[in-house]
Design a protein around this ligand. Structure first.
Ligand code: MN
Length: 569
């Protein structure tokens, strides 16, 4: 894979000097902070020491007072509440925290998770109809609802009040709900705009517990908020990072029974859980049941308080994830074949594929992987109920939501954001849609940009990599979008030895700059080995620095190579 190396911007000298002086941190780290918008002492202190007190007042969210009043009324009158969620990690975690919280408040709500095989995803009139005889007085939609104009009109008609907790981009017409909580709602002055759905639900819980003067009741729910926030790929800065930081602590110290069981089943029971384990191990398992069938199974696990029962439920998630993984790999291979067969990658910039038999539960993951492999916006569609339904995934520098909006007339429906979207197209119009989208994408993206970017955070030298440097870096954890593990460049180092490691595509190098020797390990880079032999063994390297463990002061540093290039003399 050939990367486009993107060097960092150089921040204002004054800001760098200020951070270096007030915090006594290495200059390279000050530069990284400033480029991440943490550009004064106060912000940097908050970043290095996440605290619950940094969370914003939930009542700053428009509609919060009405929502809190309505829920307290329901609790007081013991009304029946229906939680309407979504089938992904964010949606199921959202249901779980609201369910558990309401139970703690003395009422046991009903919950409903859409099933992508039964109806359409999202809220439908039909789904609400199913609860007509349940005497529901209040419905809370979580991680969904912001565009459910018709369903909420229907709910009103059968005397169900609705509170919407959502984080998706609102369309022009908002549903006629009792209260709408969404930081992106026009006129909502909530200071942080990147909460996930579960984050919005947490703000509601936080507000209720503040109103009744028991604020600490809300904190344990952060373990679910952390999982949802990481799985939903929202920026891990500001309030999100604080919630994830505390959520991870809770997952490590006092996970609820359901999570504990899931950790045990996946073999993580005794390990320290980091953000990457959430993203790559836990989240796919929570997602798998909704991909292949009823996502309610994930909710049942998350809300389960009995470890033995939870363990059985967790095993189902594990099993379903294995099945998902197989379908997903097979589909990926089929998609690759189809690309070879029908697409002219010289002519067509985006990848748009439709195959009636593809499993609707995996097309989004496959689209993501194709987008990554080919470095092009990718749309994968299958057929559901006679309509082509698809998932769109983007690449750097391309806003797929905006691009789709430009060919709105060729689709039945679409929604999403910059990086990912969902859409449906009439089968007969697929070609027309393909042509239109192709044209739009070609206008925006140029061929030369079709290379993955490798964003570099700072240029340093080997002598900069001290223990203090590593300790300071450690404080950037937890990593995630907008707060990625810092990536460094060191120019002109000498390769004193290099060899291929057994097992996997790994190489190990011993590198020298000045008087400092450092070891580096690279994954999937052995193909480039020949490049440096030709060039007399002086290279520029791109790498990240491994996390510290307890004995780090006794262990030599090891760099994780991301890429390297032979120096040009
Ligand atoms: Mn979401």
């Amino acid at each position: 894979m050939e990367y486009l190396w993107i060097l960092p911007k150089s921040p204002e000298r004054e800001k760098i000097d200020n951070l270096v002086k007030t915090l006594a941190i290495p200059e390279s780290i000050a530069r990284i902070l400033i480029n991440r918008n943490i550009d004064d002492t106060l912000k940097a202190k908050a970043f290095f020491r996440p605290a619950i007190s940094q969370l914003h007042d939930p009542f700053l969210m428009d509609g919060m007072d009405q929502a809190v009043d309505r829920i307290l009324q329901a609790i007081e009158k013991k009304e029946k509440i229906l939680i309407f969620g979504d089938c992904d990690v964010d949606g199921t975690c959202s249901i779980a925290i609201l369910y558990l919280f309401l139970k703690e408040m003395g009422i046991t709500p009903l919950f409903y998770v859409p099933n992508r095989f039964r109806y359409d995803s999202g809220i439908t009139v039909k789904a609400i109809e199913g609860f007509k005889d349940e005497d529901i007085k209040l419905m809370v939609t979580v991680d969904c609802g912001i565009s459910a104009v018709e369903p909420i009109k229907y709910a009103n008609s059968i005397n169900i009040d609705t509170i919407i907790c959502d984080h998706h981009i609102p369309s022009e017409i908002l549903p006629d709900a009792h209260a709408i909580l969404n930081p992106l709602k026009p006129g909502c002055s909530y200071p942080f705009k990147h909460l996930c759905g579960c984050g919005v639900v947490f703000k509601l819980i936080e507000a209720i517990t503040k109103r009744i003067n028991k604020p600490t009741i809300s904190y344990p729910y952060l373990q679910f908020v952390a999982i949802a926030t990481m799985a939903d790929i929202v920026p891990l800065n500001g309030e999100n990072r604080v919630m994830v930081y505390y959520g991870l602590e809770l997952i490590n110290q006092a996970p609820r029974a359901g999570l504990k069981a899931l950790l045990a089943v996946t073999g993580l029971g005794s390990k320290k859980i980091t953000s990457s384990q959430i993203v790559f191990i836990l989240a796919p398992r929570i997602n798998a049941v909704g991909r292949l069938g009823d996502a309610g199974r994930a909710v049942n696990l998350l809300i389960c308080d009995d470890y033995k029962k939870a363990y059985k439920l967790a095993e189902v998630l594990e099993q379903e994830n294995a099945t998902r993984s197989k379908i997903d790999h097979d589909t990926f291979r089929e998609a690759e074949d189809l690309i070879d067969k029908i697409l002219d990658l010289e002519q067509d910039i985006p990848i748009i594929l439709h195959e009636a038999e593809w499993h609707p539960g995996v097309i989004d993951i496959v689209a993501s992987r194709l987008a990554e492999k080919y470095c092009r916006p990718t749309i994968m569609m299958t057929t559901i109920n006679g309509v082509a339904k698809g998932s769109a995934r983007s690449v750097d520098g391309f806003n797929i939501y905006e691009a789709l909006k430009k060919c709105e007339d060729k689709m039945l429906q679409f929604g999403g954001h910059k990086y990912a979207a969902g859409l449906s197209v009439e089968i007969e119009k697929i070609d027309e849609f393909r042509e239109a989208f192709n044209e739009i994408a070609t206008q925006i993206l140029e061929k030369k940009e079709l290379k993955p970017q490798l964003l570099i955070d700072a240029e340093i030298t080997f002598s900069d990599i001290s223990n203090y440097f590593r300790e300071t870096l450690q404080k950037f954890i937890p990593y995630g979008p907008s707060n990625m593990r810092p990536v460094f460049i060191v120019k002109n180092v000498e390769v004193t030895s290099i060899f291929k490691m057994s097992g996997g595509d790994r190489i190990r190098m011993r590198l020298k700059q000045g008087n400092t020797f450092i070891e580096a390990i690279g994954f999937n880079l052995s193909g480039k080995q020949s490049e440096i032999e030709k060039a007399g063994k002086r290279i520029d390297i791109i790498f990240s620095v491994e996390e510290l463990d307890k004995n780090y002061y006794r262990q030599p540093v090891q760099l994780k190579l991301r890429d390297f290039k032979a120096c040009i003399d």
